[in-house]
Design a protein around this ligand. Sequence first.
Ligand code: ZN
Length: 292
Amino acid sequence: MRNFLTELGKRRLVADGAMGTMLFAKGLPQGWCPEEWVESHPEEVKAIHQAYFDAGSDIVLTNTFGGSPIKLANYGHADKAAAWNQCAAELAREVAGTDRFVAGSIGPTGHFLPPLGTMTEEEAYNGFTIQAMAMEAGGVDVIFVETMTAIEEIVLAVKAVKENTKLPVVATMTFEQKRKGYRTMMGVSPEMAVEKLQEAGADVVGTNCGTGPELTVGVLRAMRAVTDGYLAGQPNAGLPEIRDGKHIYPMTPEEMVEKMRPLLDLDVRIIGGCCGTNPEFIKRIAAMVKGA
Ligand SMILES: [Zn+2]
């Protein structure tokens, strides 16, 4: 039986690329709830997972990024959280079989805790718990809490997973390059992220999304300076340009992979892509990781 952390102890694992971009390519209408597609378009969602495994991913992420009941409430679907998170996990599990990994994705709620907003800690924690428990029931191997910018919110998510499931947790935040160094939109430094996330029980820490591979390398170098623990990096394919109202990522898979190479020296254990990446990028990333 596969065990995520045991495998991670032996080798680097390749994650997948963007989900949203792939869903739009398959016809998801703008403004539609992406998580709803696990119920209405299961074959399309499974085909995306299959394309990433075919490209060389060891891990695929479930289509549950916005699956917290707080986020689903934007579409009037808060009551679907448990069912859709479990369904998404089952679809990915079906494609992964028994020798590849499924990661349950948990993204931000899109709301702020006080003093900036009115979401309570309890609401956030309970929402993440519903997601994590449903995905554990659906058969995921690990939870990826990702694209977070507020330390309080990601700590609540990590704790919700650790306290209510037996799953390991990969916790990644999204950073920007500021004058004083790397910070999330909410002012969190890489060093602070490592300290707080490990304290909350994260098994792997790191960064995803952002302005491209150089940023990811810089953030992970700062993280590596303060921890010997497992690290994860999933960059965007550079900075998007708006053309005809669409986000276009100008970086090619070749350029991206050249800039990601330093991740190997930093012993980053989970390497994948985020916005703007597709199976072509993952093919190159997998070749780099497996050739190392
Ligand atoms: Zn992204």
